[in-house]
Design a protein around this ligand. Structure first.
Ligand SMILES: C[S@@+](CC[C@H](N)C(=O)[O-])C[C@H]1O[C@@H](n2cnc3c(N)ncnc32)[C@H](O)[C@@H]1O
Length: 408
């Protein structure tokens, strides 16, 4: 490559970077001046796996895979710009702060380093030596080597010799909150973590209140799951489809007996209307968390290749099973009047699953389509004055409570 070529390349990258930031600002994903400046400065292309084109590197909405396991599943990625921006803003960083990042890649650490400035400190920890090696090399190449310390460790456990930090930003999907993340956090610090709550993940910013953590903000997100000692597997149950393939149901809270579901996909199809409309362009992500909070038998649904469900359009991967062996999932379709869409419960097997799903869609709508008032984490061993009426999820290191403005 000639010097003229590399100048042309960097001009193109710089244009792509500014266009991406313009979009993130316009969509409200970046609201802080410091974060905007960081995103306009850090050259994302330097951190990308070889062969990544600029369009992928600067797509505001998508992550770029960095490593896959032997089954082809992504186990490391450079996170999507929109969620990197949201999480850095959730952490309320300011110049001079010190930050612990869990899960490396170099890119997010460079963005954090830009926000906290030369007087700040960034420590980034990853469990995978390939990732720490690549992250270290990319940080050096982009000029952040002296400002970010990259460590190889399982972040389920405390990082040795770490002083108090102003923020911990977890960039890997977590099912729990180990003491290793709260221990080094300053009294007024922020822990930002993509937390899985009964199969639904939100990036939650927590602050300390007494001996527990209270949320200050929630963002919709998806992350590769934690590996190592903090790994958590939800139970997966397969429903064979008579056409071939299988529909997989993933449970965090597993019903006592799943055997009544045997052969359910050979039973008659069902469809129930909810009468609850879906305003155009309005997110209904809060309904998923409502299901995770209140819908008995709640599960995540994945349709394997060849199944009838895989060919269907307009459904969402959230469902429920009932003791009578029926199964229903969230779908949408035109209203009876033909104006706009409404939520449906589609499924197999006459029984309680469809009516239970519809009842919770209606309860959420009747409550004013709310989002949770707050999420809290109550570590083991502390006083537990749990909020009245809150949904309680048991974790290994404590309890998570979700408080809604109006519970059904
Ligand atoms: C989404 S990637 C990190 C993205 C990155 N921060 C960026 O710059 O966009 C998640 C990372 O978490 C790492 N990880 C998974 N389990 C871990 C653990 N127990 N401790 C530390 N890192 C872990 C994975 O190896 C993976 O590289």
């Amino acid at each position: 490559m000639t010097t003229a070529d590399s100048i042309a390349d960097s001009d193109e990258a710089s244009r792509a970077r500014q266009e991406m930031v313009d979009k993130l600002v316009a969509s409200g994903m970046i609201t802080s001046g410091d974060v905007e400046r960081a995103f306009r400065t850090v050259p994302r292309e330097v951190f990308m796996p070889e062969g990544t084109d600029l369009a992928a590197a600067y797509n505001p909405d998508d992550a770029v895979a960095a490593k896959r396991d032997e089954h082809g599943r992504i186990i490391s990625s450079l996170s999507a710009p929109f969620i990197q921006a949201r999480m850095i803003e959730q952490a309320e960083l300011a110049p001079g702060m010190s930050v612990l990042e869990i899960g490396s890649g170099g890119l997010n650490a460079a963005l954090i380093a830009e926000v906290v400035g030369p007087g700040g400190r960034v420590v980034s920890v990853d469990i995978d030596p390939d990732i720490t090696t690549n992250a270290g090399a990319a940080l050096d190449a982009a000029g952040y080597g002296g400002r970010v310390e990259v460590l190889l460790a399982d972040a389920e456990h405390p990082v040795p010799d770490l002083d108090e930090v102003d923020a911990v930003i977890v960039t890997v999907g977590a099912w729990d909150i180990p003491p290793a993340w709260t221990g080094p956090l300053a009294p007024d610090g922020r822990l930002v973590v993509p937390l899985r709550m009964n199969n639904v993940t939100r990036s939650i910013a927590f602050g300390r209140v007494g001996d527990h953590l209270e949320s200050t903000s929630l963002e919709v997100c998806g992350f590769v799951p934690m590996q190592g000692d903090g790994e958590h597997h939800e139970r997966v149950f397969e429903l064979p489809d008579p056409r071939g393939g299988a529909v997989k149901l993933q449970f965090d809270v597993t019903p006592k007996d799943l055997s009544p579901l045997d052969g359910v996909l050979a039973k008659p199809r069902t469809e129930l209307r909810s009468g609850v409309d879906i305003p155009r362009g309005v997110s209904f992500a809060d309904l998923h968390l409502w299901f995770a909070s209140f819908l008995p038998g709640f599960c995540r649904v994945a349709a394997g290749e060849g199944t009838e469900l895989a060919e269907e359009r307009r459904w969402f991967p959230f469902g429920t099973v009932a003791d009578d062996g029926s199964f229903a999932y969230l779908a949408i379709g035109p209203t009876l009047e033909g104006i706009g869409d409404e939520f449906l419960a589609r499924g197999w097997g006459e029984g309680d699953a469809g009516p239970a799903l519809v009842a919770q869609i209606q309860a959420w709508a009747d409550a004013g389509r709310p989002q949770p008032d707050s999420v809290a984490f109550w570590p083991n061993g502390g006083d537990r004055d749990l909020p009245k009426g809150a949904v309680v999820l048991e974790k290994r290191h404590g309890l998570v409570t979700i408080s809604w403005p109006a519970a059904p």
